[in-house]
Write a protein that binds this ligand. Structure first.
Ligand code: 3PG
Length: 391
């Protein structure tokens, strides 16, 4: 794919898509990794005299304006990091946006409002794609974390103006492109988190490629249920239970070790101060919910990790944002430090966990992508990459 280095940007207006989908608490950014990861491209464009129109989504506002999901805090952080005021627009697209984009001088930057406030964004609406394209001469996609979505600002816009990869996009593709296909064995994937629907397809594809598949976090309840155990009030994707069962059978046929929790930490409510206890997965009491993996499971997972030469980790093992349910995730982070081989981390929570555990430096690659990095490693073509021009 062509990169921003392969085109002349001087005096050009450039529509850029980044993934500034950062964790926020009460209006404040709690982790700006994804913003920092975009700086190389932004600074390159500024220094080379481009007129930069930046865009991103934040959260899932579903085509409506949600005040807490405005990008003002992102614009402030960008201004700080770039040492230059970033003009922040309050619309995704409007006459005013168009006028302000035309007023940009060489080396100046502006930021549009959260693109997902516009109902056309996630629909990959042609009209919106054209409007984005009308702002600029060139499209730079640096949003690796959102490259698995075919949206107006990640894919549609490239139907109207040439699209090239930013530096982060380029780096992620280069590293992750061979991460699984040329990995040292045994290869272990640890998949956690709560987005069952997003990850179930990933698990199916990974079964074809890995030696060990470890499941934890909210999505593991669907597998526990598939084993025939009750999960009480735990998060469960009832309509995926049969599928989960078929994956475990398939794994057995293929000789892939498929590990699901053997014990869990259950709580009487979804709160940090809940009453908790450790139970075997066949004894989750009615009315209780599993919110972390238990100590026996930690041992089991740790041993599999330590035997591996390549480990891919995506998604927490429990409700890691609450201290009471963070031990499973933290233990995995610590175990990864001991791996004598390649370690690849993706997904905001896993990245936060390795940082919190102080082991980030020891990881081989920390991806800014969650779902995107998994889908890419599975071998899928990402829509946000497919639209970019070839060299
Ligand atoms: C992510 O955090 O994985 C990306 O920003 C994509 O977000 P999405 O899952 O809401 O599309």
């Amino acid at each position: 794919k062509k990169s921003v280095r392969d085109v002349d940007v001087k005096g050009k207006r450039v529509f850029c898509r980044f993934d500034f989908n950062v964790p926020m608490e009460e209006g404040r950014i709690t982790d700006d990794t994804r913003i920092r990861a975009a700086l190389a491209t932004i600074e390159y464009l500024m220094q080379n005299g481009a007129r930069v129109i930046m865009s991103s989504h934040l959260g899932r506002p579903k085509g409506q304006v949600v005040e807490e999901l405005r990008l003002d805090a992102v614009a402030d952080r960008l201004s700080q990091l770039l040492g230059q005021q970033v003009k922040k627009m309050n619309d995704v697209y409007s006459d005013e946006v168009k006028i302000e984009a035309e007023k940009l001088h060489d080396g100046e930057v502006m930021l549009l409002e959260n693109v997902r406030f516009h109902p056309g964004e996630e629909k990959n609406d042609e009209e919106l794609a054209k409007q984005f394209a009308s702002l600029a001469d060139l499209f730079v996609n640096d949003a690796f974390g959102t490259a698995h979505r075919a949206h107006a600002s990640t894919a549609g816009v490239a139907r109207h103006i040439e699209g090239v990869a930013g530096f982060l996009m380029e780096k992620e593709i280069e590293f992750l492109g061979t991460a699984i296909s040329q990995s040292d064995r045994p290869l272990t994937a640890i998949i956690g988190g709560a987005k069952v629907k997003d990850k179930i397809g990933v698990i199916e594809n990974l079964l074809e490629k890995v030696d060990n598949l470890i499941v934890g976090g909210g999505l593991s309840n669907t597998f526990i249920k598939a084993k025939g155990y009750d999960v009480g009030n735990s998060l469960l994707e009832e309509e995926k239970v049969e599928l989960a069962k078929s994956f475990m059978e398939k794994a057995e046929q293929k000789g892939v070790r498929f590990l699901i929790p053997v014990d869990v930490v259950v709580a009487d409510k979804f709160a940090n101060d809940a009453e908790t206890k450790v139970v075997e997965v066949d004894s989750i009491p009615e009315g209780w919910q599993a919110l972390d993996i238990g100590p026996k499971t930690i041992e089991l997972y740790k041993n599999a990790v330590l035997e591996s030469k390549t480990v891919v980790w995506n998604g927490p093992m429990g409700v890691f944002e609450m201290d009471t349910f963070a031990e499973g995730t933290n233990a995995i982070a610590r175990a990864l430090k001991e791996v004598n081989g390649t370690t690849i981390i993706g997904g905001g929570d896993s990245v936060a966990a390795v940082e919190k555990a102080g082991v980030a430096e020891a990881m081989t690659h920390i991806s800014t992508g969650g779902g995107a990095s998994l889908e890419f490693m599975e071998g899928k073509e990402l829509p946000g990459v497919a639209v970019l021009a070839d060299k």
